[in-house]
Design a protein around this ligand. Structure first.
Ligand SMILES: NC(=O)c1ccc[n+]([C@@H]2O[C@H](COP(=O)([O-])OP(=O)(O)OC[C@H]3O[C@@H](n4cnc5c(N)ncnc54)[C@H](O)[C@@H]3O)[C@@H](O)[C@H]2O)c1
Length: 138
């Protein structure tokens, strides 16, 4: 994959795995869009890396569309790395009773539905890209 000069979205790019990915891509010459809920650290990292920050809740269709639009405005959107997520640790049944359903629901919503939301929107944009290289003959 050609990283240099191409555009990549990193969800959850303000922290942890996403921040590391955003840094690696920027150092390899990519134009990076950091899409994250956390505006303060996301914007600070974007400024440091010469990237663009877009505040985004990955579970929102409108936010996802805005991220993809911002990425396409920078050039050829070539990839998305989904790192936005939360971790919850509860037993199915603990000392205080059954696992809270709302915590499970929220985790599924962000980690699963949110990831798919961003994949589908970015993919819909990327299928419009003009192919740049021939697949080699088998
Ligand atoms: N760090 C690890 O070793 C590891 C291992 C396995 C799985 N994971 C999972 O990978 C994900 C990322 O881990 P991390 O260590 O980088 O976590 P992290 O907390 O450092 O970073 C997660 C980022 O996602 C953002 N975020 C959360 N909800 C969001 C939403 N709805 N929309 C947009 N952004 C949102 C947060 O603001 C944060 O910047 C988590 O779900 C975590 O459980 C992490």
């Amino acid at each position: 994959m050609q990283i240099q000069g191409n555009v990549f979205i990193v969800t959850g790019g303000a922290s942890g795995l996403g921040a590391g990915t955003a840094r690696m891509l920027a150092e390899a010459g990519a134009k990076v869009v950091i899409a994250d809920l956390n505006e303060s650290i996301g914007q600070a990292l974007a400024t440091e890396l010469g990237a663009q920050f877009v505040r985004c809740d990955v579970t929102s269709e409108a936010d996802g569309q805005a991220v993809v639009a911002a990425a396409q405005a920078l050039g050829r959107l070539s990839g998305i790395v989904n790192c936005a997520g939360i971790a919850t640790a509860n037993k199915t049944v603990g000392k205080n009773g059954p696992h809270p359903l709302d915590a499970f629901d929220k985790t599924i919503r962000i980690n699963l539905v949110g990831t798919f939301n961003m994949i589908r929107l970015a993919a819909a944009a990327m299928v419009q890209n003009t192919p740049t290289a021939k697949a080699s003959a088998a």
